[in-house]
Structures are given as C-alpha cells and as structure tokens.
Design a protein around this ligand. Structure first.
Ligand code: NI
Length: 223
C-alpha cells in the first residue's frame, strides 16, 4: 500500500524549513547507508548530531505525527529520527532495499518508509522516487509539504536529479501491526469507519464497523 499524505507541512512551515536548510552543512549520505546501499547512494545528508536537526524535527515531525492519514495508515509504534537529504544536480540513489533493523542502541524494525517532500517539484528536474510494487513501478514526485508512505520491504530508487536541487526528509516507522496486508485492511476499514461515525453515528451498522475495527486492531497489534 502506497499512500500520499497531503499537506503534512503548510506554507509557513515550508518557508521556515527552507531557511534552516540554507544554513545547513550537508555531509556524504553514504555514511548513513548499509554496505549494499552505500554502493548506489550518491546524495548528501544533514549529520544526525547537527543542531539544526532539532529545529527541523520540531517542524517536520510534529506535523507528521498528528496527520490523521499517517496515524490510520501507519498505526505507529515507534518512529525514527528523520534524515534530511539533499540531492544536488547529478545526484541519485540507485535501486536498493532499506535495512530491516535500524537504530543504534535503541533498535527498531522498519515496517514503513516515509519520504516528506520539502521543496517544490518545480525546483528540480528528475529526482523521482521510483518504488517497485506488485502492480509495477510507481513514480513519485509530490508537491512540497506532501509525503509518501510505503512498505519498507519495497525495492526503490531515487532517479538522478538532472537540474536543480531536491530536498526531502526520510524516516521509518515500526508499526504495531507488522504485516503490510493487515495494515492495508485496517486502513480501508478505518476510512469507512470514520465516514460512518461522522454521518450516521447512531446506526447499528456504524457501531458494528466501529467495534470490528477496534477489535481487529486489538487482535493484530503487538506493543
Ligand atoms: Ni531507501
């Protein structure tokens, strides 16, 4: 399941983020990659201990965590500190699969990958996120402030930026429901439940769907 999260960040936040990123000193992205991924990774990232990351996290993560679609689609248990990546002209990230276990001392399983687009697609050529899915390749290039959420088990790449600069935040979620198919079923059911609760809150079938959803989450969650 690949889901677009719309307007995770608004115009004001994007402007503040752009100002912070102008001051940022980026380092070689290979430093944060696993052995195999490092061979195909050619981008720049903000060092994890850079003081700017706290200010960026306050803007980016705060908004992501309270985004309703994110909550319903990810059923998050834990979320990683994001990487802030910059792809200058000529940079790319070849096909790879993300590490299954991440984190230093505090380890987590990467069930879901998220890319948040921090600048406008008009600011660069190329730089599409290309994700392999059972239904073929999905080519993703969203407006600034939007994000894509997809199973971290997918092979993916970032096409070469042929002009301009692509800026994104990437992070990973350990879901309380580790199975991607179960998460998709729950997401679909939760969408129906939200609508029913809003429009027909007192109907018996609304209560049945509500109970079914809540009890399936209970049955399928590990915390
Ligand atoms: Ni990746």
């Amino acid at each position: 399941m690949l889901i677009q999260l719309k307007q995770v960040l608004g115009t004001q936040q994007l402007t503040a983020i752009a100002e912070l990123l102008k001051k940022a000193q980026f380092i070689d992205g290979k430093l944060s990659a696993g052995d195999v991924a490092a061979m195909v990774k050619n981008n720049q990232e903000l060092a994890m201990n850079d003081p700017l990351t706290q200010q960026l996290n306050a803007l980016v993560m705060t908004n992501l965590l309270r985004h309703k679609t994110y909550q319903r689609a990810a059923l998050p248990l834990r979320i990683a500190s994001p990487f802030y990546a910059c792809y200058e002209t000529g940079m790319e990230y070849g096909e790879h699969i993300d590490d299954p276990i991440m984190g230093g001392q505090d380890k987590y399983r990467s069930d879901i990958a998220i890319t948040i687009f921090l600048n406008s697609p008009e600011e660069y050529e190329g730089g599409e996120l290309v994700i392999q899915t059972p239904l073929g390749e999905q080519v993703i290039k969203y407006p600034a402030g939007d994000a894509v959420l997809y199973p971290a088990s997918s092979r993916h790449r970032v096409a070469q930026v042929t002009q301009g600069k692509r800026q994104v935040a990437v992070t990973w979620v350990q879901s309380s429901v580790r199975d991607a198919e179960k998460r998709e079923l729950l997401y679909q059911l939760s969408c129906a439940r939200e609508k029913l609760l809003r429009k027909q809150p007192t109907e018996t079938y609304t209560k049945q769907v509500d109970s079914a959803y809540i009890n399936l989450v209970r049955r399928w969650s590990d915390v």
